[in-house]
Design a protein around this ligand. Structure first.
Ligand code: C5P
Length: 292
């Protein structure tokens, strides 16, 4: 790519249509059987050529601008894979956050996948190498190279594309707190009877095995799942390790009505759409900009 043009990418959110924990692994991670689904909701990352050290400028106050941001880690890994020495430099990333942090929507992981893609182009790292770096950043980063409806096994990073789920309108309800992924898995383990280990998921009573333990600590999660079910959502569940709750609707009008009802009761929400794999691939493509 030309050295003076900026590169813009969308980083889409995901929900887990289902998430079952089928075992524990020697490395402390959990073995999952989960179905990922892409949403149109996205962050936007713009990579601007600029002298000086690699820097992140984020439009959201709570968003880390340093090594705690997975975009930073992605840039470091891509820089090393390009065989360059020292710390990354020559690029500033402008990050427009729309996906809530600690929401179970994969925002940080999706940003990292987009950053790997962009840095791979900028620093000429092979596509296969860039993809392989994803799993080193987080268990659900590899999914953001695939998109659409996909089955995730192992840590959630062994992926099998599925036939696209029927197009749907998704209502996302955001409780006023986040949940750390590590905590949610820890709560799940702590609730298992000692004799029951290694973890075996209970019959599919919940779409998400992490939901009940998160809801014990945050009852608002169950209230929102129930509210969306009553409004007609099928399914309605917590996504990932929470705290976001989603409900899928076949009609835009029903989804918008459910969103309005949530707003009236004081819950922040938004309505978005599911994305097929083909649309995800098209809209994820990096765009060259004339001016940043
Ligand atoms: O891979 P990532 O950094 O996103 O995972 C955050 C934490 O979530 C891990 O440190 C682990 O405690 C937990 N986790 C897990 N099993 C998975 C995915 C995540 O136990 N399959």
């Amino acid at each position: 790519m030309s050295a003076d043009r900026a590169l813009r990418l969308r980083a889409f959110a995901k929900i887990n249509l289902s998430l079952h924990i089928v075992g524990t692994r020697p490395d402390g991670y959990h073995e999952l059987r989960t179905v990922f689904q892409s949403l149109a909701l996205h962050d936007t990352l713009t990579f601007v050529p600029r002298r000086g050290p690699f820097a992140i400028q984020c439009d959201e106050p709570g968003c880390p601008a340093g090594p705690a941001n997975l975009v930073w880690r992605a840039a470091q890994l891509a820089w090393q894979a390009a065989g360059r020495s020292g710390d990354p430099h020559g690029v500033q990333v402008r990050l427009q956050k729309r996906i809530p942090v600690q929401g179970g929507l994969g925002g940080g992981s999706s940003d990292a996948a987009a950053a790997l893609r962009a840095c791979g182009l900028l620093w000429r790292v092979k596509d296969d190498t860039v993809r392989a770096l994803g799993g080193q950043i987080g268990a659900d980063v590899p999914y953001f190279f695939e998109g659409g409806t996909a089955l995730g096994l192992d840590r959630g990073d062994l992926l099998f594309p599925l036939i696209d789920a029927p197009a749907a309108w998704a209502v996302l309800a955001f409780p006023p707190f986040g949940v750390s992924t590590r905590d949610a898995f820890h709560w799940f383990d702590a609730a298992l009877p000692a004799a029951g280990r290694p973890a075996r998921s209970s019959p599919a009573r919940w779409a998400n095995d992490l939901q009940s333990q998160v809801a014990i600590r945050h009852p608002q999660v169950s209230m929102l799942v129930n509210a969306l079910r009553i409004a007609g959502a099928r399914p309605a569940a917590m996504t990932g390790s929470g705290s976001t709750v989603f409900g899928l609707f076949t009609s835009e009008a029903a989804a918008k009505a459910a969103g309005r009802r949530l707003s009236r009761s004081g819950t922040r929400s938004l309505v978005t759409r599911t994305l097929t794999r083909a649309v995800f691939a098209r809209r994820s493509r990096p765009e060259l900009l004339d001016r940043a």
